[in-house]
Design a protein around this ligand. Structure first.
Ligand code: 5GP
Ligand code: ZN
Length: 149
């Protein structure tokens, strides 16, 4: 990823990308690290250090209720791994992107959105993205207008 850098000490790795920084600690294997500190809000929600209302969870992603809902159901689906935005994904992320859509489908099913719903990915400044960790909005339980603002 552009702007990404990495520094290492024995057992520790410090990774930065954009305005984010992550300290990783070696678990035992030669290259297995786990996140220790992360400045990103949604990474903190994923690791539980910022509380959230869980809606769906699996090995790749986590879904939780939006703190300022714009519909009776407003859920955010985020990858557990930090990715800034949809603009930053790579070829390697293609299975993950399919998985996130699958998770949005599961959220809609579990939330009873049989009458329809909307999945939105705000991307970058013009897209209205305010949190720089890729996320899907799942909105439902009311009629949604089109076009969006
Ligand atoms: P964006 O504007 O980047 O597409 O969406 C970010 C969303 O994150 C917004 O809908 C906002 O309400 C939500 N959000 C921001 N901070 C928090 C938080 O601390 N907890 C939860 N659950 N949602 C948040
Ligand atoms: Zn993050």
């Amino acid at each position: 990823m552009e702007g990404e850098s990495e520094a290492s000490l024995p057992g520790l790795k410090i990774q930065t990308w954009g305005t984010h920084c992550c300290v990783l600690i070696r678990l035992g294997g030669r290259s297995e690290y786990t996140g220790l500190a992360m400045s990103c809000l949604f990474c903190k929600i994923v690791d539980g250090s910022v509380p959230s209302t869980a809606i769906y969870s699996d090995e790749e992603c986590y879904a939780f209720a939006d703190i300022h809902p714009h519909a009776p159901v407003h859920v955010l689906v985020v990858p557990r791994r930090h990715i800034d935005s949809l603009a930053e994904v790579t070829t390697e992320d293609r299975p993950l992107l399919g998985h996130l859509l699958w998770a949005a489908h599961e959220v809609a099913r579990e939330q009873g959105l049989a009458n329809g719903y909307r999945v939105v990915i705000n991307t970058g400044a013009d897209g209205g993205q305010t949190v720089e960790h890729l996320h899907l909005h799942v909105l439902g339980k009311r009629a949604l207008h089109w076009p969006p603002g």
